[in-house]
Design a binder for this molecule. Structure first.
Ligand code: UT7
Length: 333
């Protein structure tokens, strides 16, 4: 039998650039709570959210993803033609096929880069980070763009008390490329299909078209069950990612969990016994929960505000529908 050639991979992979795009319309709690018999105080106390970003006229999932990708490329000092693969993590692309990533690859000027979407809900971005790191090390690609992009306002039922105040719109992106030393630690990831129903589309598309007044299928969530699952089990996953990176929590500079709920963030930080010196992402306060976009948006804010600096170690941990989760330690570009 002939022996096939090995692809020459890089010794390690790291994040070369980070960028993000926030939907431009600022939507305060006061605009949401009237329809769901809630209050600004309740939403802030229970979730941490003061306001969220929703798209304005002219902003689309595609335009947000492209803007975030271009910002990440610029920070990496690269151009679109140097990108070999585009991965978009999203659950709000309105077309089942083709993938949004193919349009992003076109818009940013790649030379027909490989492009595909992944569906791992709020955990999608961290899944993409892991895949990109593996691809660069295995020699499948030299530069991979990983984008988390969501337009959740369209999938949100404004009359649903359990979700109307939570979800938001935006995009965040990184470029992953070759490195001499590891800048992306081993992933810890998994899923639990037994809890498939805890966060999901209320109807599938066939149910939607059968109704008299079809609407975009809204997301529904058994919030408190997800809250308890995330608060109690995700800390263990985070600690495992720290351990697999060969460091301890004392070596961490930043903690960037999926921006689902400030109380979940607090519970995880307590359970992991993070030192007080670790800077914690709180982007949810002004952005809401933007699912796959939330971690790169939160990290980019920390960089902009000086809470994360180049060379810092950051623990990323994402969790959501599926119930899917993924965590890794990365070095801030
Ligand atoms: O991104 C994917 C991952 N998503 C998450 O991780 C989200 C996780 N879940 C959450 O963030 C929280 O569960 C919520 C913020 C959604 C809700 O907070 P909670 O502390 O779990 O509240 P709850 O559902 O247990 O409800 C507590 C009380 C109930 O009243 P009683 O039974 O105590 O009288 C609810 O009826 O609050 C009531 N309630 C509300 N009150 C005002 C439920 N929703 C609302 C509301 N406004 N919107």
């Amino acid at each position: 039998m002939v022996e096939l050639a090995r692809a020459p991979g890089a010794p390690a992979a790291r994040i070369l650039g980070l960028g993000s795009y926030r939907a431009s319309r600022v939507v305060p709690n006061s605009e949401i709570v009237g329809r769901i018999e809630s209050s600004d105080e309740w939403v802030q106390q229970r979730s941490g959210i003061k306001e969220r970003r929703w798209v304005a006229e002219g902003e689309t999932l595609r335009s947000m993803a492209v803007a975030a990708a271009e910002a990440a490329l610029q920070r990496a000092g690269l151009v679109g033609a140097q990108v070999d693969c585009v991965i978009v993590a999203t659950v709000t692309h309105m077309m089942q096929t083709p993938a949004l990533a193919t349009l992003v690859a076109l818009d940013i000027g790649t030379e027909q880069a490989a492009a595909f979407d992944i569906s791992a809900a709020c955990a999608g971005f961290c899944h993409g980070v892991s895949m990109a790191s593996d691809m660069v090390r295995a020699g499948s690609a030299a530069h991979v763009l990983v984008i988390g992009a969501e337009l959740l306002s369209e999938f949100t039922d404004p009359d649903d008390r359990g979700t109307a105040f939570i979800f938001s719109d935006g995009a965040g992106a990184i470029v992953v490329g070759p490195s001499e030393t590891p800048g992306i630690g081993p992933v810890v990831w998994g899923s639990d299909g037994a809890q498939y129903d805890l966060i999901r589309q209320r109807e599938d598309w066939r149910d939607v078209v059968r109704t008299d007044a079809p609407v975009v299928p809204h997301l529904v969530m058994q919030g408190n069950s997800v809250f308890r699952w995330a608060s109690f089990t995700m800390a263990k996953v985070g600690l495992e990612a720290v351990q697999r990176a060969g460091i301890t929590v004392d070596d961490l500079d930043c903690f960037v969990p999926h921006q689902a709920n400030n109380r979940i963030t607090d519970a995880m930080a307590r359970a992991m016994k993070l030192p007080d010196t670790v800077k914690i992402a709180r982007d949810i306060i002004e952005q809401g929960n933007s699912s796959a976009a939330s971690i790169p948006l939160a990290l980019d804010r920390m960089v902009a505000e000086g809470d994360a600096r180049s060379g810092d170690t950051a623990l990323l941990i994402a969790f959501g529908a599926g119930l899917a989760y993924a965590a890794q330690v990365v070095v801030v570009p």
